[in-house]
Ligand binder design. Sequence first.
Ligand SMILES: [Zn+2]
Length: 330
Amino acid sequence: MMLNTLQALLSSFGPSGNERAVAEQVKALLAGKADEMRTDAMGNLIVEKRGQAGGKTIMLSAHMDQIGLAVTDVEDTGFLRVTALGGVSLEKTAGHAVVFENGVHGVVMCQPTKGETAALQHVFVDIGAANREEALAMVKLGDACVYVPGCYALGQHRCTSPAMDDRCACALLVELLRQVDAPRNTIVAVFSAQEEVGIRGAATAAYQINPDLGVALDVTAWGDTPETKLPAVKLGEGAAIKFMDRSMIATPAVRDALIDAAERIGAPYQREVLPFGGTDGAAIQHARGGIPAGTLSIPCRYVHSACEVIDLRDLDSALAILKEFVNGQY
Ligand SMILES: [Zn+2]
């Protein structure tokens, strides 16, 4: 069930600022399973599942957008120059195939740097055009491309895809809404826009929803591959409950409620202390006069590369924790 939902969401085109296709996919997956669905001016898709009388309002946020490259210029020779949408690094992007919304494919390469430090300004995209005119008939300035989608199994429990960040959490949120009926608390699920470019969608969503508490659902970094030890988070050892990252220190009450939920049901979980990064949780926490907020993370290797890897058992652990969490007394 979770894998089917995940695969459907991984195939949708959704660079920051153009998340419509992902929102449509989510809406289709949730048809008949929500009390209300709406899209706001930022492009957030907001889905409500009403709780019981006396319950609180919990905002859960998973971002729909993925990192990408936007066309800034087209050379006379037909090659595209690009800028980053979100945290795109040169070493992870060169050598990969990309696709635009209209189906045009390209390959990303880096030119000889002639002694300069390689940077995104040295990157070009080859879409097979012979000259500028031909290229402009295929794509326009401002168009964005993403890594060509795909999802492959790695071993028994893991899979890889370019859009795991954060479609695996979108899948988690979809499954929660499909599986939970009459929760104690009202769930306002935000499939947020523009997270990768500065946690923008969740900020306006948190303001309008004004929840009693909030939890972001996002991937987190890994510390279990050669010469990578930080953070102390491993794939396959359960969802990670965030203590801090560079954008927030989780509100202790929310963090502890997540831990209590995991312990009550015996779900595996890890404590996450991340010295970098940020999530929608910060936007919720900073909204209005401040809102108690935390983050539940899915451990993910090679974040912001074309081959992000997760362990499906961690998604199962996260789903079990969330099901318990939304029925808690706050
Ligand atoms: Zn993310």
